[in-house]
Structure formats: C-alpha cells, structure tokens
Design a protein around this ligand. Structure first.
Ligand code: FPP
Length: 258
C-alpha cells in the first residue's frame, strides 16, 4: 500500500521529461534489459514519410540507448531488431531492415570498440543475407575481447523457434549419450537456448503502446519486470529509459516468494 502511494506521489513530482541519470540508484541497475523497439512505422506515417524512415530514425535511438546503458552499468542490452515473423513484410522493407545492421555498424562500430561494448547476435543466422552476416561477423570479431556492455541484437529471432531447436538438440544429446534424461532441468534447458551464457532479463521495455510479447524471449522473461510506454521508438529518449529504470527500482521483485 505504502509503495503504491509513494509511487503515485513520486509520479506527480517527477514528470517523464525530468528523469535523468541522477534519479537512478546505481547500486541496483537492472543487469539485463531487453527492449521491443516498436512504433517505427507509425512514427513515419504520422509525418507522411515511408516506413523505412522510421526504421532509420529508430537506428539512431539504438545508439543513444546503448550509450546510456553503458554509462549506468547495464551488463546486457538485448534489442529485438527483426523477428522471425518480420519476413512477412513487403520485400522492400525487409531488404531495408537487413541493411540496417551494416549501416549502424558502419557508422558506430569504431565507437563501440572504444567504449568496450561487445556485439552479439541471437537468432537464426542461416536465413540472413550474406551482406548482413558479413557486417555482424566483423562486429562480433572486432569486439569479442571487450568486456563491457554486451549489445545483443535479436535478429531473425523467434522464441518458439528457439525453444523447439533447444528441445531437438536436447533429444539428440540424450540419444547420443551426452545427456541423461535426469539431467534435464531449468538450468540445463536455458543452456540450450540462444541466450545460453546470458542471465535472464530483469527488465523488459516495449515502446509504442502495444502490450504483448510478440514471441520474444518467452522462457527468459519468466521473472522480468515489464514496462510499457506509449512513446514510439524513434521518439524514445534517454529520459524515457531512465524513467523505466526508476520505476523498475521502485518495484519489489519477489521471484514467487513473499
Ligand atoms: C517495429 O516497428 C520495429 C522493427 C520491426 C524494426 C526495429 C529496428 C530498429 C529500431 C532499428 C534497428 C537497428 C539496428 C542497428 C539493427 P514497426 O515497424 O512494427 O512499427 P509499427 O508497429 O508502428 O508499424
């Protein structure tokens, strides 16, 4: 009760636009933040621009949020950049989205290297065009020794696909004697997912007013705090990000306990 009251009171005192790094308790920053970056198309439509203009603007926001995450000590930032369902979009939009990693890394890879960011990609890489793979492979190689923020792009990622692939591999390993059925538990199953060596997200952010998971990290988000905002991804700024973290820090995470 007290918590709810103070939350309401604080909301009045601090408007979204006034959130800054100073409002964050640096001793309890979420280690892993996952973001569903939504609303690029609507942002463009509102301005009479083609949808790809929204994606391009969204790419610039990625840079800002990576920087902000690094500054406050976030360990892992997972960004949903392309889902297994996104292939259903018009070919021209898919082609553009597949060029974005190249453009982003072409502009920002040197900075990511100096900022000690490690780039990773999680998703079904086999279906990605060769030019996209070249760009992300270069980024992964150039940053593999970095031990700061892990920038994990979910690219051609779908959680159900990931879970099915994990199950198939577990069955194979059981049949070939590498695994005993009694070894299968939650921890082991996590190791068969694409996020294998990453801790589960603590905080999930979704922009643009949509309130669903859209096949994103269904297993890994079991205990995450969810934070939704009406702000469209290209309009998302550092202060929105800080607001999400401040509200996360006000919540009491109990992991099923009391
Ligand atoms: C959802 O908005 C967004 C996407 C499918 C693409 C997200 C990609 C970026 C933000 C850029 C990624 C940058 C890098 C570096 C890879 P939507 O198109 O579904 O928006 P709408 O719901 O308003 O139509």
């Amino acid at each position: 009760m007290l918590d709810k009251f103070s939350l309401r009171k604080n909301k009045k005192e601090v408007g979204a636009s006034t959130y800054s790094k100073e409002h964050i308790d640096l001793s309890s920053v979420p280690s892993h933040i996952a973001i569903i970056m939504d609303g690029n198309g609507r942002w463009a439509k509102k301005r009479g621009l083609p949808r790809i203009a929204g994606h391009h603007e969204g790419m610039k926001v990625v840079r800002k949020i990576v920087k902000a995450s690094n500054e406050i000590g976030v360990k892992v930032l997972t960004l949903y950049a392309f889902s297994t369902e996104n292939w259903k979009r018009p070919q021209s939009e898919v082609d553009y989205l597949m060029k974005l990693p190249e453009e982003f890394l072409g502009s920002f890879l040197p900075e990511l290297v100096t900022e000690n960011v490690q780039v990773r990609v999680m998703g079904n890489k086999e279906q990605l065009p060769a030019h996209t793979m070249r760009a992300i492979n270069k980024a992964m190689i150039d940053t593999k020794e970095n031990d700061g923020l892990i920038l994990n792009f979910a690219l051609n990622y779908g959680s159900r696909f990931e879970i099915i692939e994990g199950i198939k591999q577990i069955i194979k390993d059981t049949n070939n004697g590498k695994l005993n059925i009694n070894d299968i538990n939650e921890e082991l199953f996590s190791e068969y997912l694409m996020s294998a060596d990453l801790a589960d997200p603590d905080l999930l952010i979704r922009t643009s007013g949509e309130v669903r998971l859209s096949n994103f990290m269904l297993w890994q988000l079991a205990y995450a705090e969810f934070w939704f905002t009406e702000v469209l991804w290209p309009d998302f700024e550092e202060n929105n990000f800080y607001q999400a973290i401040v509200e996360y820090q006000r919540r009491g995470r109990r992991f099923g306990g009391i």
